[in-house]
Ligand binder design. Structure first.
Ligand code: SF4
Length: 104
């Protein structure tokens, strides 16, 4: 009987340890998404690339084409709402900047 209890304990412990990496992988991403401050469109970095939070606001920019948004840009990371060109900030999924490049 004690042997069975020990086996059950070991099996449950092993399952718990196996689940750890899954939880550990999810938590930092969530924390990161919450910790990235939103890019201020009036900041010098944002203005350098004509970043706007609402893509249609860029309709007068020669490089803009309807349908282009951060969400379908290759530099965008949906999990964190991050942009590789603005690594310290998150960007609006519906935003746009002149470096927009179609996601492959
Ligand atoms: S590079 Fe792409 S994801 Fe980043 S701000 Fe510009 S359009 Fe948005």
């Amino acid at each position: 009987m004690a042997d069975q209890n020990r086996r059950r304990f070991m099996r449950q412990g092993a399952l718990g340890l196996a689940a750890l990496p899954l939880g550990a992988g999810v938590l930092p991403r969530t924390a990161l998404a919450q910790s990235l401050p939103r890019l201020d469109p009036s900041s010098s970095n944002a203005r350098a690339l004509n970043y706007v939070e609402k893509a249609s606001d860029a309709s007068d920019h020669p490089a803009y084409e309807p349908g282009q948004t951060c969400a379908n840009c290759m530099f965008y990371t949906a999990d964190t709402q991050g942009c590789q060109l603005f690594p310290q900030h998150s960007v609006a999924s519906g935003g746009w900047c002149q470096s927009w490049t179609e996601a492959g």
